[in-house]
Design a binder for this molecule. Structure first.
Ligand SMILES: Cc1ncc(COP(=O)(O)O)c(C=O)c1O
Length: 377
């Protein structure tokens, strides 16, 4: 636990008021640089997933760090990125309803490199029809299911669907997406690597088969933070869609890395939640002002940033409150003390907040709106 209320007292309107999300700019930039360098050294492209941070300012920083484009989970996220002036966006989930297809076509007008995934022939026809008369083609990746079972065609049907996409005059087949979400948090690194390489192999095979048949299959897009280093070994993979690496969370910190079986130390937790002790009348624990509405109850358990009272454990204590149980012998926090937590699961936690307080050397230096917040359509 770090008591930072005074250190973080900002200037003007940028005052720390808890519960709030803080982004340590130096840690964030180190994460962006690190992933960018690793992906570049593997001769791949990094297409960071904006679903994680939902912040166009952070997305722009990823582009400035060297990423040529971004991923968005939903059309509404893509719209917000395009509105912020960002381009080359891949929508990583199928867009199937007429209103959203219309909005997707609107994004395509502004972003010539906009692409979308699909896993269904009727959806391909609907996308093709929506682009008719626009004089533009929409880039498409065929989504291949490599074991998650959420979206995607089985790898053996990828070629057939790709050929049908190629027959649509207003679509341009670009390649394949294969996202192995089910292996990202396997704790043991060697097992995670083996599982990821095994489940991605049929997608790589589908790419090879399409290319052997003369198809222009330029892209194989996939991978997350958990398998980024493993998937760099796949020759057919052209781009990585990692998202969490930028800010990290307790769920990711708890898995092993290639060099550390106990901790995923490739990237640092740049994102923390500041919360205040609001009541300290009980023996053994204090009550914090951050509960279910401030930190999402999924993934790992939030933990205090290391410091003199580490060993304390956080638990949810209702909608508005959390409980911090302190270790035996630890200094008992007082009312008004500020506790800094690494969050459980970054994506849905960020979606609960309006802005990041951006910090450097313990001072608030900026506030970045979480402008994609609530974009779930
Ligand atoms: C399709 C897709 N790609 C990439 C990612 C990024 O994964 P991570 O946050 O583990 O890096 C996700 C996350 O859920 C995803 O759904």
């Amino acid at each position: 636990m770090r008591m930072k209320s005074k250190a973080l007292a900002g200037r003007g309107r940028l005052e720390l008021d808890t519960p709030c999300l803080a982004l340590d700019l130096d840690l964030l930039d180190a994460n962006l640089r690190n992933m960018q360098a690793r992906v570049r050294a593997g001769n791949k492209i990094l297409r960071p997933h904006a679903k994680t941070h939902k912040c166009s300012k952070l997305a722009r920083r990823q582009i400035e760090a060297g990423a040529p484009g971004l991923c968005a989970a939903k059309v509404s996220e893509a719209e917000a990125l395009v509105r912020a002036g960002l381009r080359n966006i891949l929508v990583t989930g199928p867009v199937v309803t007429s209103e959203k297809i219309r909005r997707l076509a609107g994004c395509r007008e502004a972003d010539p490199k906009l692409a979308v995934v699909l896993d269904d022939f009727e959806n391909a026809r609907a996308l093709n029809a929506a682009m008719a008369g626009s004089g533009q083609k929409l880039d498409v990746l065929v989504d291949v299911d490599v074991g998650l079972g959420r979206t995607g065609v089985p790898p053996e049907r990828a070629g057939e669907l790709a050929r049908k996409v190629m027959e649509q005059p207003n679509l341009r087949f670009r390649g394949i997406q294969a996202y192995a979400g089910h292996v990202q948090h396997i704790r043991d690194h060697a097992l995670r690597r083996a599982e990821s390489l095994a489940c991605m192999a049929p997608a790589a095979e589908a790419v090879r088969a399409l290319r052997a048949a003369g198809a222009e299959c330029e892209v194989l897009s996939g991978a997350g933070t958990g398998t980024f280093d493993c998937d760099l070994e796949i020759p057919e993979l052209t781009e990585l869609q990692a998202g969490s690496y930028a800010v990290m969370d307790a769920e990711y910190m708890a898995i092993g890395s290639a060099s550390n079986p106990d901790r995923f130390d490739e990237f640092k937790p740049a994102l923390t939640l500041f919360t205040t002790v609001v009541s300290a009348n009980q023996a053994g624990f204090v009550t914090l002002d951050a509960g279910l509405k401030a930190v999402y109850q999924h993934g790992g358990r939030p933990y205090p940033v290391s410091g003199r009272d580490s060993g304390s454990t956080y638990d949810w204590f209702g909608d508005e409150y959390g409980r911090l149980t302190f270790a035996a012998g630890a200094r008992q926090p007082r009312v008004g003390d500020v506790v800094e937590l690494v969050v459980s699961h970054c994506d849905p936690t960020i979606n609960l907040h309006d802005e990041f307080m951006v910090t450097r050397n313990g001072r608030v230096v900026d506030a970045w709106p979480i402008d994609l917040r609530g974009c779930c359509r």
